[in-house]
Design a protein around this ligand. Structure first.
Ligand SMILES: [Cu+2]
Length: 294
């Protein structure tokens, strides 16, 4: 597969679950990569070994450790998140971009509120990542880091690592009122999920409308028409998916919608809260949607 077709194919695919594609990756001539994931034939998740990548439940997965995590300990106060990744050869300093960023970090509170999706910057000398972070409410949190480490032999290791931390103060969990499944609305947009989420199940269709009309003006956000990170109720096991319909790389004027296809992403049953981000008119919308996976 050529680099450019690999990149195009990669954008179609589930990021977090593409553990099988490492060996297809090669750096661009300039030492960067435009996308790092590849999976042969779109064959879905069957047989994939997620234990190689992680689901955010462990700080250490196959040679990589999320280390030296410092997160704000006080609520509603400007602070920083800093950490480093220790790899097989010491502190990991070389990464490749996935979805336009070298590092993606997700925060979520134990009660599935307080989601933040942020992009730390690396100090190339020390390998320390940092990003400004304010956490509005006290409680137990998980931070998850998702990245592609560039290895000395020219391949890439995808990892999703996570660890827990606490923001001081009285934790008042959001009341677990049964949210409507497979539907969400934000900023006048209506989102519906069609299909039955199942472990090893088929494609799901996410449809976005506004005032009853199909939305066809989705814009690329992080090189995708939707960026979706989900967490399972209880243990916060995470999943991450992008729609199969993807903008051409570097096409800032691409448009998408109203229907987006999500290939199977769930490895375990349970109730998940999916945090869906999409962009229209230059604005990014963020909305949670609860789904029940059987
Ligand atoms: Cu990100």
């Amino acid at each position: 597969m050529t680099r450019s077709s690999a990149a195009a194919a990669a954008l179609l695919l589930v990021l977090a679950l593409s553990a099988c594609g490492d060996d297809d990756n090669a750096p661009n001539a300039d030492g960067t990569t435009s996308a790092g994931h590849s999976m042969p034939g779109g064959t879905g998740m069957a047989g994939m070994d997620m234990s190689q990548v992680g689901d955010g439940m462990q700080a250490t997965v196959h040679g990589y450790t999320l280390a030296a995590v410092k997160a704000p300990t006080k609520a509603d106060e400007a602070g920083k998140l800093t950490f480093r990744i220790d790899g097989p050869n010491g502190v990991q300093k070389d990464y490749t971009r996935q979805q336009t960023k070298l590092m993606h970090a997700y925060l979520v509170r134990k009660d599935l509120t307080g989601y933040q999706h942020i992009h730390p910057a690396i100090d190339p000398t020390t390998g320390i990542w940092s990003v400004d972070l304010t956490i509005p409410d006290p409680g137990p949190y998980r931070v998850i880091t998702e990245f592609e480490a560039f290895t000395p032999d020219g391949t890439f290791d995808d990892r999703i690592l996570g660890t827990d931390f606490t923001v001081a103060g009285t934790y008042k969990p959001a009341t677990a009122e049964p949210a409507a499944l497979d539907t969400a609305s934000i900023d006048g947009y209506q989102l519906t999920l069609d299909g039955s989420p199942k472990v090893g199940g088929g494609d799901l269709k996410l449809k976005i409308t506004k005032d009853g009309a199909d939305v066809t003006a989705l814009q690329p956000y992080l090189a995708s028409f939707a960026h979706i990170t989900g967490f399972r109720e209880g243990d916060l096991s995470s999943v991450h998916v992008h729609p199969n319909e993807a903008p051409k790389p570097d096409d800032a004027n691409a448009t998408g919608g109203p229907e987006l296809t999500l290939s199977p992403m769930f490895m375990e049953a349970g109730r998940y809260r999916m945090f869906i981000q999409f962009q229209t008119g230059g604005a990014v919308h963020l909305v949670p949607m609860d789904v029940e996976v059987s």
